[in-house]
Design a protein around this ligand. Structure first.
Ligand SMILES: [Zn+2]
Length: 265
């Protein structure tokens, strides 16, 4: 069983393309709502698909109380399986006091807080690395030991820094989504895949115990974006993990993080 823990699938056409490329290898898909798009449409899209689950994006500069109220409702209705922060795009650090409301909510419902880290999809260049560096997640994880945090995209290009933070904090995990980009050049995708395998080997040499805290994510966002490949991400796990290790990180770990019931029920 395989869970793709990080996609941005909102449209039927992209979903069909995803399925074609996944070749029935992916069993469950988590789609991350981006705050520029109305979450109601994401729910409509996911409604009749048993294999698609939604994570709600937080917009830190909009009405926080209203979002908190909505997210509580969505958690209770099992409409969402986590929350996501976009610090580099919305220009705040994960240690910003406004974030604490959402950390507490995730903690209460036993769901992860996903934090976009590292590189951007920012055609106008307005996003800022200063805010997407994983360093702030260390402090957040120390302050909230009962909440699980996921550093998206292994914080690429800050992989080694992210690895240190995942290693040090028992409540911090990561995924490899979005690192391999499709520039319409097959050879280039192959080279990126090989290089990412090498880079992960390097990281695992320094921090061997984090290997079981790294999840699969494709960041699939549709064929009009550079994030439209799935197989290279699966290949990486085939190359670096034994069968039973794979089962753990591709299925059991994300299942535990996203689908465990809240501890108070
Ligand atoms: Zn993403």
């Amino acid at each position: 069983m395989i869970i793709d823990t990080h996609t941005h699938l909102f449209f039927e056409e992209d979903y069909q393309n995803y399925q074609k490329q996944a070749k029935s290898k992916v069993d469950l898909i988590i789609t991350m709502h981006t705050t520029s798009y109305d979450i109601k449409h994401v729910f409509e899209f996911a409604e009749n698909k048993k294999n698609v689950h939604v994570v709600a994006g937080i917009n830190i500069s909009k009405d926080l109380k209203k979002q908190l109220k909505n997210f509580t409702k969505y958690f209770l209705q099992n409409k969402i399986v986590g929350l996501k922060l976009y610090p580099g795009y919305q220009k705040f650090t994960p240690t910003d006091p406004r974030v604490s409301l959402f950390v507490e909510l995730c903690q209460k419902y036993n769901k992860p807080l996903i934090i976009h880290s590292g590189d951007f999809y920012s055609p106008d260049g307005s996003a800022k690395y200063k805010y997407s560096h994983p360093i702030f997640i260390d402090e957040l994880a120390v302050n909230y030991p009962k909440c699980n945090f996921i550093i998206s995209h292994f914080a690429f290009p800050y992989m080694l820094e992210a690895a240190g933070i995942v290693y040090k904090n028992k409540n911090v995990y990561t995924d490899i989504s979005g690192i391999i980009k499709d520039f319409q050049d097959k050879k280039n995708i192959e080279n990126q895949t090989k290089q990412l395998i090498k880079d992960l080997q390097r990281v695992f040499t320094y921090y061997p115990t984090i290997k079981n805290k790294v999840m699969m994510g494709s960041d699939f966002s549709g064929q009009k974006t550079p994030y439209d490949t799935i197989q290279p991400y699966l290949k990486i796990f085939d190359k670096l993990y034994l069968a039973e290790e794979k089962e753990e990180v591709l299925y059991h770990l994300p299942k535990k993080l996203f689908f465990n019931p809240p501890s108070f029920t």
